[in-house]
Write a protein that binds this ligand. Structure first.
Ligand SMILES: *Cc1c(COP(=O)(O)O)cnc(C)c1O
Length: 300
């Protein structure tokens, strides 16, 4: 299989993803036009933004298989799950370098990676921190036989073009576009491809990283770019930190839009709060990017 569209149709990816009007019972919501871009519906395992980010990473490998790939993530990584599934489907060998030792507490993500034949290497948190160091990458390649490295979250300059295609699919102009940010590729891709000059692109930080997240995004962007900002008020204490309020919010929103607490729940709760604070101009059109992350529906 040598082209992306053939793969997208074989995997039954739902593309373009739906862009739906969203009418939550939030104070002030009636004065705005809210929409959701449902990238969570693209595929149950290739979660939302992960297809967007991996697409052009994998494209050159289809005609010229590169040998073993290697990437990074936590024990619950949506990125490793998506990449593991794609590699299994495409017949590409993969090594997953996982932060922390999970040998005695297998997660659903790691369970599937194992089933798909992924070579899993657990490393200490200290080693994991070296994942961007060239010397460490050379060492990992020698240890595992990997030829190609895909950075954590798939966030590299190659990821941006695929993310930009979200904007090509839109049928409305927006005043605000809100997206979650963790490793930065999604936000950087939106910024790089923004065509609507009035659109303010707002990243909502999913982790504590004031300054750090700005520099991640800045490094991914090649050209001087569109206006953007990151809001740091809604990580709820850190990555994957979940409060009772957040869990209740996700449950209450469920009938309108399925949310999970690590990404989409925080994003939508941020939107509700920004609205209550009057951060959006009256009558403006606001897009929430649902990047997926919902629990994987497969059973054993
Ligand atoms: C990976 C992921 C993100 C984070 O995107 P980045 O490009 O890493 O900032 C957001 N939402 C979901 C559901 C994810 O799986």
């Amino acid at each position: 299989m040598t082209d992306l569209s053939a793969i997208a149709s074989r995997l039954k990816l739902q593309l373009p993803s739906p862009e739906l009007a969203f009418r939550p019972p939030w104070q002030g919501a009636g004065t705005l036009q809210l929409y959701v871009k449902r990238d969570d519906l693209i595929h149950p395992l290739i979660s939302g933004n992960k297809w967007r980010k991996l697409k052009y990473h994998l494209a050159p490998f289809l005609a010229n298989p590169p040998g073993r790939l290697l990437s990074f993530g936590g024990g619950h990584s949506n990125h490793l799950l998506a990449l593991g599934y794609l590699c299994q489907q495409l017949g590409l060998p993969l090594t997953a370098v996982v932060r922390g030792d999970y040998t005695s507490r297998e997660t659903p993500c790691l369970h599937y990676l194992q089933r798909w034949g992924v070579d899993i290497r657990y490393v200490s948190k200290l080693d994991y921190r070296r994942r961007h160091e060239p010397g460490y990458l050379v060492q990992l390649k020698a240890q595992t036989g990997a030829e190609q490295i895909i950075p954590e979250g798939g966030s590299s300059p190659q990821a941006l073009k695929g993310v930009g295609e979200i904007l090509d699919e839109l049928s409305h102009d927006y005043d605000y576009i809100l997206a979650p940010i963790a490793s930065g590729g999604t936000l950087a891709g939106l910024i790089q491809s923004a065509k609507q000059p009035q659109a303010k692109i707002i990243g909502v930080a999913m982790l504590k990283g004031e300054g750090y997240l700005e520099s991640l995004v800045g490094e991914l962007l090649r050209a001087p770019a569109h206006d953007w900002q990151i809001s740091h008020e809604y990580h709820g204490g850190g990555y994957a930190k979940v409060t009772q309020e957040l869990t209740a919010f996700c449950q209450a929103m469920g009938p309108l839009v399925p949310l999970e607490p690590v990404y989409s729940g925080k994003l939508f709760m941020a939107a509700r709060d920004m609205l209550a604070q009057g951060r959006f101009a009256p009558h403006s059109r606001v897009l929430l990017l649902h990047t997926g992350g919902l629990p994987c529906p497969l059973s054993n």
